[in-house]
Ligand binder design. Sequence first.
Ligand code: ADP
Ligand code: MG
Length: 626
Amino acid sequence: MTVAPSSRPRIIKLPPTLVDQIAAGEVVERAASVVKELCENSLDAGARRIDVEIEGGGRSLIRVVDDGCGLSPDEARLALERHATSKISRAEDLWGVETFGFRGEALPSIASVSRLRLGSRPVDADEGFVLRIEAGVETEARAAGMPTGTQIEVRDLFFNTPARLKFQKTESTEAGNVSESLLRLALANPDVHFRLRTNGRVALDLPPHRDLAERVRAALARRGAGVLHEAVGDENGVCVHAFLGGPECASTTARNTFLFVGRRFVRDRSLLQAVCMGYGELLERGRYPLAVLFVDVPGEDLDVNVHPQKLEVRFANPQPVYGAVRHVIGASLARAPFLELESRKAHSLAPGRGGKGALPMAREGSYDGRAAAERSRMSAGSRAADPVDLDRLFHPRSAEGPLEAPQPAKAVLPTQAQLPVVSAPPPPSGVAGLASLRYLGTLARTYLLLETEEGGLCLVDQHAAHERVLFQKLRTACEARDVPRQRLLFPIPIELDEARLATVGEAQDTLQTLGFELEAFGLKTALVRAVPELLAHVDPKPMLRDVLDRLAEGEAPTLAPAELERVLSTLACHSATRAGDVLDPPRVAGLLAELDAVDWRSHCPHGRPVLVRLPLAELERRFGRT
Ligand code: ADP
Ligand code: MG
């Protein structure tokens, strides 16, 4: 803003309430951030049990009740002032701070944008008290009988900040966010009983668990976590403790990859990449594992004071931390039981490296195993350089558009460095179809070798081809709103967390269009009643989890065409990854004929070539004949 010299604005000191509201803008973004801050305070107060209740997605009511040490009325009044904290007193305390809080900002910030009621009874008092604060001003103070601990009620969140209200999502989405916040705290604090009630119904109940392993398993059961592999190790003073899901639980967003530094949940792109690199070839590019990672570094090597919501940390020396994560996960996965199940024929495993001959995912007789491994291998080398937008990754809903999973480089094969293959341009129209070419055999159980008309070689990736055929068929059927369904004789229950159950409700139309019939059943489960006929041979659970993740990324429950493509390619991929085995010649012919029949050249959902040509001229050049 430019200012005329005659009307120079006056500088004033902002009133404290406005200062608090400005701070609230950073600390309190939505109901979930309020719940996080209040529960962190309860944990810092030594609570063994934390009961959270929300109504209206947290907008009308958030109540957090703990059995912690409590506080006196005077302490409470102080706590409601800015920069009042019991957790640090000197600058040096910031390094290695063990409590969740330390800034003394949360309570005044929350109080400035809501109607707050704080009741507490300290351990050494006979009775408790209640304070009421409205938009930062105390309106009531009285003694009250209550058990030891603290009860904070936040009503009418953002009632005095209408601009902030506009940024809130639907009630069910906000409730899902609250549940997610609580889940993260629960993962890192296994000895504390966490309970969440949403509009009076219990949405989460995690009684104290013996250890991290028990808690992680109980907390993530609804995320489709099957066997979780525990990895423990340390390197250069960095302690790593992780719980790792198998490749089948991986998904297209990092929603199920939980990263903790100390007991703090963090978003850290490099740490996330380190986890993915630890998985190496087990993980397809663009997918993120279901995993919980705890990293511990010495306090003096960690700066936790870098983010208003304390969702990011800074390592004094980051590389050794990422290295330790990569190595501990990589080494440990080599012994993971799910690998033994998956790869009776795997020779060796070299996670994190594009190891030659290491195809740990190759299932004997599988249609796609090697292709999947190959695809991962293609990506393993370049994963570190992926530009991943952190915010979109962790907050797909708040992103402007749906998350685009990092795509493999177009038309690149691992062999490219050594062998200049020519990726196929669409054959000119009028050229005979693939089915008419002579089939010579299959290479590496993956590449169909065909002799082209001019005597060159054409390689078709059978997995990619199958995926493409399915994709096109599904797309055509979807566009005609006529996806043939198969009704299931017995509905299949699928456990889902709250947020995904909400998605089931919100995206009914889209699910129907895709050929699914799915309905919420109770608070934890949805019932799958019908699936698209083309996908009837596939376990619908992992596929549906992925689709629901995709659907949740969009703002609207209906799909834009580009999103539809992504969902369909997700479906096709799931289906193709599980289909068939080594193809006999009639099935090869069938696949090629189907490929000829669909218009696969115009669209390339994965950006991966289906077909690569090695022209005769190229062969002749290599043999020195020209
Ligand atoms: P911080 O957590 O950064 O110290 P807060 O504004 O969140 O700042 O809390 C201010 C102070 O209020 C805390 O330092 C703590 O002493 C006290 N406090 C807040 N919540 C509780 C609670 N549930 N039980 C006991 N004391 C609490
Ligand atoms: Mg706090």
